[in-house]
Design a protein around this ligand. Structure first.
Ligand code: 5AD
Ligand code: SF4
Length: 458
């Protein structure tokens, strides 16, 4: 069967889609472009209103493409979990709906529906344990990396937990991803080991709130810090990252790990959401600005070079001008290297829907514009500070702009910054993906750096 997977949303979704593609290919299906596909899988996101609207427009676009018997659409991910069989009622070309825990059964269901054209199915039950997935694993000792983990050469993502128990007042995730479920540390460590054997150099551990890993196992498995130390010990693993962290759950041992583990990347995404104690309280974040700034201080003491990034929401119900100034102030104090910032939007069923007064669209828009403008300069200034520095880059793919007389590749440094590197005289670009190269930074752009090669890639 020819199929395609369209992915929206976070890294967990990207990773889920990668796994699904591998699992279907191992069953003999072929991943193709949308124009050639018979079966379309949409992996959806509902964290904000806009990504959800996108699903409906994609479903409209795909309807005329499902023209032959046997062509159909499967909707997976958070919007699938939220809307459930509503998709089957509204869209005749949708025949499979699978939510967060249903993905483990999606490959078998897709095969079943491809053969039984009358069937339609919803897999939306939450499970009480982390659902291990069969098929689509990386085979150890292979020179040729299987497709899927080849999306970024040398890098892979590993799920360590699913779901969230925090119920922040604005957030739909606990409803769409369900309660927190940690994966067994043994399964995680085994997966990491086989990835490293297959040539992976950088692993990103994924979960909605990785810092509370293991809490649901009530002490019967490792803590997140213990897991980090074990993974760091895997021979040949050069870089470890993890995302996402809730500030209230970051343990002192994890902060210490940034100073102790040679392969733990000095970068951390630490969503603050707001700089105002009043708003943080209403959001139910369970930390205040003093505590957050203390964590930032501790992180910088353990690892002075750590690159911090964050998520921010403006226009949360009841946010006053003074509250917003507190958010601007925390940006100045932390000086995030970059941030994702959003206007608050009501999500169905979350506590903030009932909170008043709502902030007008105009006010939220102008706060967002001011915040993003300031971030732009801070980002630029922090990149400027890196000119002349030497650093090691893990190469990902050719740069968008190619110079004459050589090639340019883009990769990331340990801090997660994008660096473009020029290779004079190189023509065979394929050999560079997944290699590391030492560079000296010669120029800073708005969102990236330019490095000059120092020595040969390895
Ligand atoms: N409105 C705006 N932004 C939101 N986020 C989550 N829920 C909402 C919402 N209702 C943002 C948060 C979170 C990021 C993934 O999306 O900043 O960290
Ligand atoms: Fe949403 Fe809060 Fe859970 Fe993050 S910690 S997924 S923001 S409820």
């Amino acid at each position: 069967m020819k199929f395609t997977v369209l992915t929206f949303g976070c890294q967990m979704n990207v990773h889920d889609s990668d796994w699904l593609i591998r699992a279907m290919e191992s069953r003999g299906w072929t991943a193709v472009d949308e124009s050639e596909a018979n079966i379309f899988v949409i992996n959806t996101c509902s964290v904000r209103d806009k990504p959800e609207q996108k699903v409906y427009s994609v479903l409209g676009r795909l309807a005329p493409l499902c023209k032959n018997t046997g062509d159909f659409v499967a909707v997976g991910g958070c919007v699938a979990q939220q809307i459930g069989d509503g998709f089957l009622e509204k869209f005749p070309h949708v025949r499979l709906v699978f939510g967060s825990d249903g993905i483990a059964q999606a490959p078998a269901a897709l095969e079943d529906l491809a053969q039984n054209h009358e069937k339609r199915l919803v897999l939306n039950d939450f499970l009480s344990e982390y659902p291990e997935r069969e098929g689509g694993e990386v085979l150890p000792n292979t020179d040729l990396l299987p497709p899927g983990i080849g999306t970024i050469p040398g890098q892979a993502f590993v799920n360590i937990m699913q779901g969230c128990d925090n119920f922040c007042a604005y957030c739909i995730v606990p409803y769409t991803r369900g309660r927190q479920k940690s994966r067994s540390s043994e399964a995680i460590i085994n997966e990491c080991k086989s990835l490293v054997k297959a040539g992976i150099r950088e692993i990103t551990l994924l979960g909605q709130n990785v810092n509370s890993f293991g809490i649901d196992k009530k002490g019967k498995d490792l803590s997140f810090a213990e897991l980090l130390y074990k993974i760091s010990d895997i021979n040949g693993l050069e870089r470890i990252r993890f995302t996402t962290s809730h500030p209230k759950d970051i343990a002192p041992e994890v902060v210490r790990a940034f100073g102790e583990l040679h392969n733990l990347c000095p970068s951390l995404h630490l969503p603050v959401q707001s700089g105002s104690d009043n708003i943080l309280k209403k959001m139910g974040r369970k930390y205040d600005r003093t505590r957050y700034l203390q964590i930032v201080d501790d992180l910088r003491k353990a690892c002075p070079d750590i690159a911090l990034t964050t998520d921010l929401i403006v226009g949360f119900p009841g946010e006053t001008d003074e509250d917003f100034e507190q958010t601007m102030d925390i940006m100045e104090r932390v000086r995030y290297e970059s941030s994702f910032s959003f206007k608050y939007s009501d999500r169905p069923g979350v506590a903030a829907v009932k909170m008043q007064p709502k902030v007008s669209e105009d006010v939220a828009q102008s706060r967002l514009a001011r915040l993003q403008e300031r971030q732009k300069s801070i980002t630029r200034e922090s990149l400027d500070d890196l000119v002349e520095r030497e650093m090691v880059i893990l190469l990902e793919r050719p740069s968008r702009r190619q110079p004459s007389g050589g090639i340019s590749w883009r990769g990331k440094d340990m801090g997660g910054r994008v660096v473009n590197v020029y290779f004079a005289g190189y023509t065979d670009e394929k050999t560079l993906g997944g290699k590391m190269v030492k560079v000296k930074i010669i120029e800073a752009k708005n969102h990236s750096l330019i490095g000059a090669k120092v020595g040969e890639p390895w």
